[in-house]
Write a protein that binds this ligand. Sequence first.
Ligand code: FAD
Length: 308
Amino acid sequence: AFDVLIVGGGPAGASAAIYAARKGIRTGIAAERFGGQVLDTMAIENFISVQETEGPKLATALEEHIRQYEVDITNLQRATQLVPNTKGGLHQVHFASGAVLKSKTIILATGARYRELNVPGETEYRTRGVAYCPHCDGPLFKGKRVAVVGGGNSGVEAAIDLAGVVAHVTLLTHNTLRADAVLQRKLHSLPNVDVILNAQISEVKGDGKKVNGLSYKDRSSNEFHTIDLEGVFVQIGLLPNTEWLKGTVELSPRGEIIIDDRGQTSLPGIFAAGDVTTVPYKQIVIAVGEGAKASLSAFDHLIRSSAP
Ligand code: FAD
């Protein structure tokens, strides 16, 4: 059995694994896809001290760093069930393959995924004009025209944020705006933002290399329109990968794992870190810090609870 078992091999999990291994305790990490969301991104320019890198490069660097230590790595394994031992014994994680791993403490770092539009062109032009994270990719569209799809808080926040960076923003929403009134007021005060309500996105258009337009159906008139632009930010939800945890650790109404300021979940000995948790702002640099924090908390738990 492990002292610490980390589930998830993104930035949060990798950081947790390195911090645990450096304490000299038995550390395991199991992931469905090592690297996590980082694998789906190209330019990364906000991982502090690394001016510019690419997702797959950073994913390889994370793995190489872990391999410097004695960490048991299990890749391509999807966790399907957590069986916590509330009496202080070993917790278990069951995998789709039938394998079961046991550990004194667990760190959940299964991340999140952006909800997609599921329209033609979205996948084709991903990282070539289709983006999901304004903090990450906003500066790449400096002086260009973009659309933000989504009328909730994240969509309106993204539009306000991008309006300060890009030339023009068109915000499209399926019904009406659902964001907080204060955000809506701010949005409407900006000179370079248009809002289109009742829009059903039908296609992301491109020239084969890059995005050059967005088509939508006006749901009140059933007419189709196309906007010329260079970028599309999809802001229709970030889904935490917690389906497999239902009925165990406490989740927020959004399905995120609720943690305290030490990364502790509602169950003793079970910690969580990164995009899968309630911690605000889903970023690599934050996930890395949260992973370190959860790992130190797990170590603290071990030295307080186990015999020497
Ligand atoms: P993830 O990276 O989501 O990793 C989760 C890990 O858990 C993966 O290994 C996954 O396979 C595994 N997993 C999930 N479910 C299971 C399961 N049931 N069993 C086993 N393993 C499981 N952030 C930035 O700071 N800068 C950027 O430029 C940037 N650009 C981005 C571009 C795109 C297109 C996307 C999608 C995200 C971007 N982000 C960026 C956000 C950043 O990637 C995330 O904040 C970060 O990866 C979160 O790390 P994490 O370890 O918490 O989760």
